[in-house]
Design a protein around this ligand. Structure first.
Ligand SMILES: Nc1ncnc2c1ncn2[C@@H]1O[C@H](COP(=O)(O)OP(=O)(O)OP(=O)(O)O)[C@@H](O)[C@H]1O
Length: 297
């Protein structure tokens, strides 16, 4: 549904929005742990459906890995959740708020509670790392320059960058540093959920393992929920609490890794039982890719 003034309406009681939500109060209470609830989402371009009646839950404090064949619509769904793509049907609630029906104020409050790391980082090349992190602060908060500066330095530390990275421009950073700087910007407003689009693509195995570890630490220490679009089997096997597979224009299966391994569908089977996956499974006594601690006495 396009975003326009005519779409701005008072929030309907979420309990009346979908069939599933007609559940008894006790069941709804258990649902409070769901930070994103997509139901019946359909998105089409020029009459061609990319997503068709898709449903998905992201739970509070989990790392959800979102996977599927190239061109299946993973980015389309991410953009739709963020309100950047129009929907043809369905509802998406973020923190219990249906973005389409929310007032401007409600939308703003939702946007302040999420952070996004787009593929390739998408940092502003003319700004330093610190200035990049301050962009969302300037947009959404009313803070003094000194306080913004201090908060940006805290985020730089949080993602494991050295303080001297603050004054560097993106062109002066390695791929791994760019991902961390972009993550620091995604964390600028202390979000409850971060969306990561292919966060480990382009990183070497140690850099990727490091980044996965950072995400897991942030989930554990900040209680962060993480929605991670990825093709990285190592991330799926080691960092994700649950996985959702997109195929045939909907979520084919969602659940823990064990469910993926048992699921009888040609693409899911070939992905999770392919040669690369078998290497990781047979290695599961120790991390499949090296970590910075490997080799330590
Ligand atoms: N704005 C748009 N207009 C028309 N078609 C679009 C638009 N955005 C995406 N598509 C189409 O939607 C389909 C899904 O694209 P999407 O980028 O979501 O795939 P993906 O699963 O993220 O792929 P990959 O893993 O390769 O990144 C593709 O066929 C793409 O061409």
């Amino acid at each position: 549904m396009p975003r326009s003034d005519s779409d701005i309406a008072t929030l309907e009681d979420p309990a009346t929005v979908t069939g599933r939500d007609k559940a008894p109060a006790a069941a709804r209470q258990a649902d409070d742990d769901v930070v994103i609830r997509a139901r019946g989402v359909t998105v089409a371009f020029g009459g061609k459906k990319v997503l068709d009646d898709l449903s998905l839950d992201v739970r509070r404090g989990e790392i959800l890995g979102f996977v599927g064949p190239s061109g299946a619509g993973k980015s389309v769904l991410l953009r739709t959740i963020l309100g950047l793509n129009a929907k043809d049907a369905g509802t998406i609630e973020v923190f219990g708020i249906d973005y389409d029906r929310a007032s401007d104020r409600e939308r703003l409050s939702v946007e302040r509670r999420w952070g996004v790391l787009f593929q390739h980082g998408a940092l502003f090349s003319a700004l330093t790392v610190r200035e990049n992190i301050e962009v969302p602060m300037k947009e959404y908060l009313d803070l003094s320059p000194k306080l913004m500066h201090e908060l940006a330095m805290l985020k730089i530390d949080l993602v494991g960058l050295a303080p001297d990275a603050a004054d560097k421009y993106p062109s002066e950073l390695s791929g791994g540093m760019i991902k961390r700087a972009a993550l620091a910007r995604a964390l600028a407003l202390d979000p409850e959920i971060v969306f990561l689009d292919e966060p480990t693509s382009g990183l070497d195995p140690i850099g990727a393992a490091d980044f996965d570890q950072l995400i897991m630490t942030l989930r554990d220490t900040l209680g962060l929920s993480v929605y991670m679009v990825t093709h990285d089997l190592d991330s799926l096997f080691q960092a994700c609490d649950r996985i959702a597979v997109l195929g045939e224009r909907k979520v084919l299966v969602e659940g823990p890794l064990a469910k993926m391994l048992d699921y009888d569908h040609p693409w899911v089977k070939s992905y999770f039982h392919g040669k690369r996956a078998r290497t990781i499974v047979t290695n599961d006594a120790k991390p499949a890719r090296p970590t910075p601690f490997d080799g330590a006495a």
